[in-house]
Design a protein around this ligand. Structure first.
Ligand code: NAD
Ligand code: UFG
Length: 341
């Protein structure tokens, strides 16, 4: 059975669906600090079976141990964490405590119960401002510009040190690029609190009439139209990467048990590209204004995902049109998200 920490969240819920389709058993462990039990209910509807879950914090070692005693857990997909970049600058101790200390507690518990397989959610943010694009996994990491990014970098280092000390651990680190989109059913999707920080949910809320105008943060970058370029990846493709990572950890074929993979499409799209595509699928005009650059943003960030294809047999299948279409479908069907969060 796989323990899914943070399984009630945006990427977690989509991963539950893909795992269920691949016939894996799992149990969700989440403190619902940024999600709701409603999200779990929605997953149950999609997969047509109950989702087993326990409410708990990854920092609560006693509760974690109870869960490991109760269920026979052989691997962990570790999504749980706080993820708002701006908030992390204001609340660094909370972010390091939740993300770094939380991960250490989880790893201690795994060690105690001889559960040695883990897939960890890292981020392209660990690359900082890359010298060139596309980004390959061997690029230097650690030039992070905020406590959120630094917490991801620290956890990567901790996992690496743990593997050096005990190479019976089998560790896969997935560095996500920019997850967007939603399950095609429209039952699950991204449900940000308050004003969205990220581009796609902000555009969706403008399109549905919840917000008046999008601010485009800078049009003087060295990119094809001057606006920031990112590697947007459909959340269902991203979810599938976790299924492939689990398959990989369960197989005996791999040469190294500590592996890092970029999870992106390999294509970079600008803010204006995303606006145009969203307008096309939603048939809505997205009013926008150009404002100054956002602090900490880089010009271009997109992946070379070849390693994940070669080793995990994973490749993104959905394009920007699919991403916009599914984000819009979720937004229209759930203008207020899950509501009860
Ligand atoms: P999310 O906030 O929707 O999901 C995270 C889940 O973890 C939530 O359900 C939350 O309640 C839970 N959680 C947080 N702290 C916890 C704790 N201490 N104990 C137990 N549960 C806890 O975020 P998401 O977008 O699904 O992201 C999942 C993971 O992927 C995170 O680690 C995030 O940092 C990482 N990631 C996300 C993005 C992105 O753009 N969404 C990009 C790169 C990496
Ligand atoms: N942008 C706007 N206006 C907005 C929001 C964003 O113009 O209202 C622009 C940004 O300047 C950037 C692009 O849209 O050029 C994408 O911005 P997002 O905030 O959607 O995504 P980021 O690339 O800044 O950050 C995301 C995640 C982080 C993660 C990082 C790298 O939010 O958690 O990718 O993986 F660390």
């Amino acid at each position: 059975m796989i323990l899914i920490t943070g399984g009630a969240g945006y990427i977690g819920t989509h991963t539950l669906v893909e795992l269920a389709m691949a016939n894996y058993d799992f149990i969700v462990y989440d403190n619902f600090s940024n999600s709701s039990e409603e999200a779990i209910e929605r997953v149950s509807k999609i997969i047509d079976r109950d989702v087993v879950y326990e409410k708990g914090d990854i920092r609560d070692l006693q509760k974690l141990e109870e869960v490991f005693e109760k269920y026979s857990i052989d691997s962990v997909i570790h999504f749980a964490g706080l993820k708002a970049v701006g908030e992390s600058v204001r609340k660094p101790l909370e972010y390091y405590d939740n993300n770094v200390v939380g991960t250490i507690r989880l790893l201690e518990c795994m060690k105690k119960f001889e559960c040695k397989k883990i897939v960890f959610s890292s981020s392209a943010t660990v690359y900082g401002d890359p010298k060139t694009t596309p980004i390959v996994e061997s690029f230097s990491v650690g030039g992070t510009t905020n406590p959120y990014g630094t917490s991801k970098y620290m956890i990567e280092r901790i996992l690496n040190d743990l593997y050096i000390a005990d190479n019976s651990f089998k560790i896969v680190i997935l560095r996500y690029f920019n997850p967007v989109g939603a399950h095609k059913s429209g039952y699950i999707g991204e449900d940000p609190n308050g004003i969205p920080n990220n581009l796609m949910p902000f555009i969706s809320q403008v399109a549905v009439g919840k917000r008046e105008c999008l601010s485009v943060f800078g049009n003087d970058y060295d990119t094809h139209d001057g606006t920031g370029v990112r590697d947007y990846i459909h959340v269902v493709d991203l979810a599938d990467a976790h299924v492939k990572a689990i398959e990989y950890l369960n197989s005996h074929k791999f040469s190294s048990e500590f592996s890092v993979f970029n999870i992106g499409t390999g294509h970079g799209y600008s803010v204006l590209d995303v606006i145009k595509t969203f307008e096309k699928v939603s048939e809505k005009k997205i009013p926008y204004k150009i404002t100054s650059r956002r602090e900490g943003d880089v010009a271009k960030c997109y992946a070379d995902p070849a390693l994940a294809e070669r080793i995990l047999g994973w490749k993104a299948r959905k394009n920007l049109l699919d991403m916009c279409k599914d984000s819009w479908n979720w937004q229209v069907k759930n203008p207020d998200g899950y509501k009860e969060k």
